[in-house]
Design a protein around this ligand. Structure first.
Ligand code: ADP
Length: 196
């Protein structure tokens, strides 16, 4: 059994949203650490599944390599299971989920089932040129420029509609990601109203 006293009494439930190359993964790690909540990256979970050669990993390997999205149903299973674990019972920072409106619906259902709600959605943005430059600079060994550009297209088409969706729910906090890691981090904390 985990020691409940080691966790904050009121952990935040947050989503990190942003285009590939926005630096949201880096910011998610820093912020989650500061807030004492787990950073849950679906991209990282899937990459681990691929590395381990599990059934899930085998199913998603070629989809990920192409820059396309894994289907919503598979992601719903992955996320439902992850959020049911003890360390996510009192707050978490989701990085890379939801990525489609259907996934946002699924998340809303998961939250409703546990009588909880999102506290905020942090949207880290940067100009397209800078995004492509960064994404190419840190591309994984098997990423071609074509795959990197495809990820941007998929983002614009499938994920960008979430900005308006969460804005409509009053949850969106926009942060300029075209600054240093530390400056973006300060911007996020200001947007959330968390001190320190
Ligand atoms: P990025 O390189 O944009 O930071 P991630 O590391 O978050 O991307 O994810 C890498 C890949 O994993 C995605 O391109 C996609 O194929 C898959 N993936 C991750 N999260 C999701 C999701 N929520 N829905 C569908 N596919 C996902």
């Amino acid at each position: 059994m985990a020691d409940a006293s080691a966790r904050p009494a009121n952990g935040l439930r947050l989503v990190m949203l942003g285009p590939p190359g926005s630096g949201k993964g880096t910011q998610a790690e820093i912020l989650a650490e500061r807030l004492g909540i787990p950073a849950i990256s679906t991209g990282e979970m899937l990459r681990r599944a691929v590395d381990s050669g599990s059934a899930l990993g085998q199913r998603v390997e070629s989809i990920m390599a192409s820059g396309a999205l894994v289907d919503d149903e598979t992601m719903a299973e992955v996320v439902r299971e992850r959020l049911s674990r003890d360390d996510a019972s009192d707050g978490y920072l989701l990085d890379g989920y939801p990525r489609t409106l259907e996934q946002a619906d699924t998340l809303a259902g998961i939250l409703e089932d546990s009588s909880s709600a999102l506290d905020a959605v942090i949207f880290v943005d940067a100009p397209e040129d800078e995004l492509v430059r960064r994404a190419l600079a840190r591309q994984r060994a098997d990423d071609t420029e074509q795959v990197v550009r495809h990820r941007q297209e998929v983002y614009r088409e499938k994920t960008a509609p979430l900005i308006e969706y969460y804005e409509g729910l009053g949850l969106l906090r926009r942060v300029d990601g075209d600054r240093s890691i530390e400056e973006v981090n300060v911007g996020i904390r200001e947007a959330l109203g968390v001190s320190g």
